[in-house]
Write a protein that binds this ligand. Structure first.
Ligand code: ADP
Length: 172
């Protein structure tokens, strides 16, 4: 099978894909981390479109245009805040990945790039998040043969290592 899942280290705002995913918050009005970087790179038109969306629930996903980004679209999904693991965090993180892929796919996107959702200021344990992300993306690719490419874009060494390790568990 031609490989369609990739793990890379880099800055997601530089990716010229059909859709990049934003680890947003429920207001969709911008924040720190990757959310701030995406809004800075996209320009104020992105915030203007986000204002028309009236927020987004945790684990759900909404799509906008990419404006000044090289990506055509941005899929915004608030991942779960880690509250110790007994507040449905695993299911909510899976929902963020699956709903982001579904919204992208329904809007004609066939190349999608993800950041590591919830593992920054939301403090979801990295190894656990990586396993959920990899499993959910690989399942979606199995179910959607016409999705061409999904890339995990890891910002730092530790994140890159965690996703590589998780992928090896599933692909070996
Ligand atoms: P969350 O609130 O969902 O935890 P964060 O933005 O705090 O989101 O962190 C999510 C991940 O995104 C972290 O691994 C962080 O290092 C990473 N990140 C920050 N900036 C970028 C970027 N420009 N490209 C890709 N990943 C980024």
């Amino acid at each position: 099978m031609k490989q369609r899942f990739f793990i890379e280290q880099g800055d997601i705002t530089t990716y010229a894909v059909d859709a990049i995913v934003n680890a947003a918050n429920t207001t969709l009005l911008g924040g720190g981390g990757v959310d701030g970087a995406i809004h800075r790179a996209a320009g104020p038109e992105l915030l203007a479109e986000c204002r028309t969306l009236h927020g987004c629930k945790t684990g759900e996903a909404k799509i906008t245009r990419g404006y000044r980004l090289p990506a055509k679209h941005v899929v915004h999904t608030p991942g779960p805040i880690w509250r110790g693991g007994h507040a449905g965090e695993e299911q909510l993180l899976e929902n963020s990945y699956r709903n982001s892929l579904t919204v992208a796919w329904e809007n004609g996107c066939r190349t999608v790039a993800f950041p590591s959702i919830s593992t920054g200021v939301y403090h979801f344990p990295l190894e656990q998040a990586a396993r959920i992300a990899v499993r959910t993306i690989l399942d979606f690719l199995d179910e959607h043969p016409d999705m061409e490419r999904v890339t995990m874009v890891c910002f730092d060494d530790q994140t890159h290592w965690a996703y590589d390790t998780a992928a090896r568990e599933f692909l070996d």
